[in-house]
Every structure is written in C-alpha cells, then in structure tokens.
Design a protein around this ligand. Structure first.
Ligand SMILES: Cc1cc2nc3c(=O)[nH]c(=O)nc-3n(C[C@H](O)[C@H](O)[C@H](O)COP(=O)(O)O)c2cc1C
Length: 205
C-alpha cells in the first residue's frame, strides 16, 4: 500500500510560534472531519528506559503545553513519575500530516483536574473510581462489581476526582510539523525551544 502525498509547508508560511502553527493544523484536522482529531499517541519510558506507547485524548493546549488526563497509578503514570519525559504524535494521516511533540511532563494543578473532572459524563467519573488502570484483573465481572461499588458509594451525590486520577501537561522543547509531499521529499519543520530561545530547523525527510 502506498499513497502519494501532496501539500507543502515552508518557512514563509510557517506560523511564528509552535502554538500558532499547532492551532492552525488542529483546526484543519477538526474541519476535515477526521475521526478523533484530538487522539494522540503518547510514548513514555520507564526510569530504566523501557519504552511504551498508547493513545490518549488531548484535552487542552496552550502556550505552556499539551494536557491529557489519566490514572496516575497506571503504567504511563508510573513511567512519568520515574522519568518525566514524553513524546506525543498526532497522526493526521488523512491530511498527510503529523505533529510530533517532545517535552517535560508535570502533573497539572489539582484545581485544573477537578475542574475538568466535574464536566466529564457521570459514567466516566464512576469509571475513574472503578478501574485500577493497567493492573491485571481476573475477569470483566470484577470491573462490573467495582463500578457497582462506586455507584453505591456516590449514590446521586457529586463525584469528586479520585486522588489517583488527574492531568499531565507536556511542556514541549521540540515540536515538529511534518507535511507529506511528492516523491517522498516531505517537509519537516521543527521548533526547538531552549530557555526562552526558539529556533526553527528543517529536517531531511
Ligand atoms: C481513542 C482513544 C483515546 C483514549 N484516551 C485515553 C485518555 O485520554 N486517557 C487514558 O488514560 N486512556 C485513554 N485511552 C486508553 C489508553 O490508550 C490506554 O489503554 C490506557 O490509558 C492504559 O494505558 P497504560 O497501561 O499504558 O498506562 C484511549 C484509547 C483510545 C483508543
């Protein structure tokens, strides 16, 4: 299988900041009707350097970085606690584009987690309490039981965010914008951010 790519990204049309460029491409991905345009691959590594990757949803981005929410006790949560570096990939294949972000990860302030948790559907709130994410469990029935226990615990009342659940923010030191082009001579422009200084590099495809 082979797709011929078309499009272009050059230094003249590239936005002045990674944030503005991302905002433009993210809007394009939404507008193009891509399924789950905010789905991104999150790669982490353990403190010993063992890599792993999975999909998570981008829940916010601003000039500080990219935010997602998860279980702090999950595989990724343990990786990020021991080795707070991550890479994100937005795989916008339909647009012949990908964005790759690498950076340092911190937990978002608790108030930010609580604010987001409060607007999640009730089922998702209960699920966060019910599922010991990434642990080996005996059977599907265990999950149903833990969900029932969470439902009983909270009744019709408000559900607070579990202490083991919350947001992480990836503060980028590199953001690469990849645009597929003909003859496999793709455009790759990368913002490199170091101590307040930003430069743009072009990479060979
Ligand atoms: C489209 C999609 C979106 C997902 N979004 C999230 C998310 O925002 N947060 C999350 O914890 N898991 C999300 N998941 C599940 C993760 O991919 C993963 O299975 C889970 O977080 C456990 O990962 P870990 O064991 O590597 O920590 C999503 C999966 C898919 C396919």
């Amino acid at each position: 299988m082979r797709t011929e790519y078309s499009g272009e990204l050059d230094e003249e049309t590239l936005a002045a900041t990674w944030f503005d460029q991302f905002a433009t491409w993210f809007a394009d991905a939404v507008e193009a009707g891509l399924p789950e345009p905010n789905a991104m691959l999150l790669a982490t590594a353990s403190a010993e350097g063992r890599p792993s990757a999975r999909t998570v949803l981008l829940k916010g981005y601003d000039r500080r970085g990219f935010t997602f929410f998860t279980n702090y006790e999950s595989h990724k949560g343990h990786d990020l606690t021991g080795n707070p570096r991550a890479t994100l990939v937005f795989p916008w294949y339909h647009l012949h584009r990908q964005v790759i972000v690498s950076g340092t990860v911190t937990k978002v302030p608790r108030e930010e987690t609580e604010e987001y948790f409060a607007v999640r559907p009730r089922g998702a709130q209960l699920g966060a309490w019910a599922s010991p994410q990434s642990t080996v469990i005996g059977a599907r029935a265990d999950l149903e039981r833990w969900l029932a226990a969470a439902e009983e615990r909270f009744g019709d009342g408000p559900i607070e965010a579990p202490p083991h659940w919350g947001g992480f923010r990836v503060a980028p030191d590199e953001v690469e914008f990849w645009q597929g082009r003909g003859s496999r001579l793709h455009d790759r422009l990368r913002f490199v951010i170091a101590e307040g200084d930003v430069k743009v590099e072009r990479l060979a495809p």
